[in-house]
Every structure is written in C-alpha cells, then in structure tokens.
Design a protein. Structure first.
Length: 154
C-alpha cells in the first residue's frame, strides 16, 4: 500500500480512537509533504519516494530538536520523550536502515565500481551509496566508512 494511503488510514483510525498525539503527528507529516509539493520549482510526482524523503528529513529535524532538549537537562526530558515517540512513528514509514555489514559492502562496491584509491575521493563514494540506498543510511556513516576503506594500508 502506498505511504500516502497508510498515512490517511492511520489518521482516520487515530481520529476515531481520539488519539490526538498520533493524529497530530500524521497531520504534521502531511503538512511537510504539502509544503514540498507546493514549493517553488517542484515538478516531480507525489509518490512514495517523495514521502520517504520528506519523512526522513522531518525525522532528522526531530532528532536534532531532541538532542537540544536532552542537553537542557531535567526540564527537557518530557519534550525529548515526545520527540522520541514521534521519531518512532516516522520509522514506520521509512525503509529499514542498512546494517553495518551491508553498509561496508555498499561502500566497497562503490569504491570498486568507481575505481577509487585516493582518500580525498570519499565524497564520490558518499554520493554513490546515498543514491543507491536512498533513505536507508546517513551520509556521515558512509563518509567514515569510506575514509577507513580508502585509507592507505600499511
């Protein structure tokens, strides 16, 4: 079932169950999708790829806000827990992340395919792995692993 239909179904169910927390989170995701769709210069399709991209970006912003709340100490605990819950809701619609072993395989494959040997070319590896595993891995993790793989051996 497309993500858009899953979101609509979850919103309907949560409204019937008077679960405002879930309904509000789904509405926020729908708002973010609408913002992207109506942004100047947007000409793509509103499909699962767009939803995954929007939800992943939203989850990333929630994670950043959660870190700030946790840094605030005891006062930030309750809002941080709310954000954690919302991040977990986002996870329901995102593809599963690559395991470290899968990521290492993807990095090695990209290095081999691109014929890279210089550690300064790690950015090309990041771009290639991000393109082939959209939404399943973070750029920072790829860069770290690419640096390890391209580091001079010896």
């Amino acid at each position: 079932m497309p993500i858009e239909q899953d979101l609509r179904k979850l919103l309907t169910e949560s409204m019937r169950a008077k679960d405002l927390r879930t309904a509000d989170a789904v509405r926020m995701i729908n708002t973010k999708v609408m913002e992207r769709r109506t942004a100047k210069g947007f000409s793509g399709q509103v499909d699962d790829a767009l939803h995954v991209d929007v939800i992943a970006a939203y989850k990333k912003s929630l994670a950043k806000a959660r870190e700030e709340f946790l840094a605030a100490g005891e006062r930030g605990q309750k809002p941080a827990e709310e954000l954690k819950w919302e991040m977990e809701l986002c996870d329901r619609f995102l593809p599963s992340a690559l395991t470290p072993a899968e990521l290492r395989d993807a990095v090695k494959t990209a290095i081999t395919a691109l014929g890279l040997t210089d550690p300064k070319q790690a950015g090309k590896v990041v771009a290639e792995v991000m393109k082939t595993n959209k939404g399943r891995v973070e750029a920072g993790a790829i860069k770290k692993m690419a640096d390890e793989e391209l580091a001079p051996k010896g």
